[in-house]
Design a protein around this ligand. Structure first.
Ligand code: SAH
Ligand code: DHB
Ligand code: MG
Length: 218
């Protein structure tokens, strides 16, 4: 029926429903709560993924049996805790962050979560650090959540460094609702990521509040 289209979430979800369902499916234990609240407490931008997106990242790592995972854009480590907890027992997450303060806060949050040995916070511009990680690949999943103007470059890196069946994930796939704005250069980079992933992966753009792109490498 016409109502059952991809805009349905925008009309049916309301804050009370989201709070009720989050409480049942996306609860925050102390380590997750600490990482979720850190941006607000540490004078950092509060731009971490939402609770249910974080939970989804965690479950996807388990579904794909992830052993080697890359995250581009750490912030305070909220999504990193979710990703790392979904790793296979011998797995490892490399999470890339160029703001020294963010890297420091994230390392403290990952230590508090007992994940220091399973996560490496790689400090520096991802454009420079990603090539240094290539010898560790191929990877089981790559989660892109940093500078939107380079989403196309990060997507190309992921396509070249994921195993077959590996997952490409990207937050803000609607580019803050400006994806189709012809005046925004960054929007064009996010659109190019969609074009690449749509052409070369089995893919979907999940209608989270700002879109979560998911592709399985062929
Ligand atoms: N994934 C995190 C949120 C990341 S916010 C979470 O959900 O918890 C985006 C982060 O990317 C910011 O901390 C920002 O400093 C970082 N960043 C932006 N451009 C970057 C770049 N070129 N290289 C590395 N990190 C970058
Ligand atoms: C911003 C970045 C993000 O990754 C996000 O999810 C929300 C906002 C930002 O740069 O403003
Ligand atoms: Mg984001």
């Amino acid at each position: 029926m016409a109502d059952n289209d991809s805009r349905a979430g925008a009309r049916y979800a309301d804050p009370d429903i989201l709070a009720w369902t989050d409480a049942r499916h996306a609860g925050l234990d102390p380590a997750l709560a600490r990482a979720f609240e850190a941006p607000g407490n540490e004078d950092m931008p509060a731009i971490q993924v939402g609770r249910s997106e974080g939970r989804l990242l965690h479950l996807l790592m388990r579904l794909v049996g992830a052993r080697k995972v890359i995250e581009v854009g750490t912030l305070a480590g909220f999504s990193a805790v979710h990703l790392a907890r979904g790793l296979a027992p011998d797995g490892h997450l490399w999470t890339l962050e160029f703001e020294p303060k963010h890297a420091r806060v994230a390392r403290a949050n990952l230590a508090a979560a007992g994940l220091s040995d399973r996560v490496t916070v790689v400090e520096g511009d991802a454009v420079a650090t990603l090539p240094t990680l290539e010898p560790l690949g191929p990877f089981d999943a790559v989660f892109i959540d940093a500078d939107k103007g380079r989403y196309d470059a990060y997507g190309a890196w992921a396509a070249a460094n994921l195993r077959r069946g590996g997952l490409l994930l990207a937050d803000n796939a609607y580019f803050f609702g400006k994806l189709l704005d012809p005046a925004r250069a960054e929007a064009a980079a996010v659109r190019r990521l969609h074009e690449q992933v749509g052409a070369h992966f089995d893919s979907v753009c999940i209608p989270t509040p700002d879109g979560l792109l998911l592709g399985i490498r062929r």
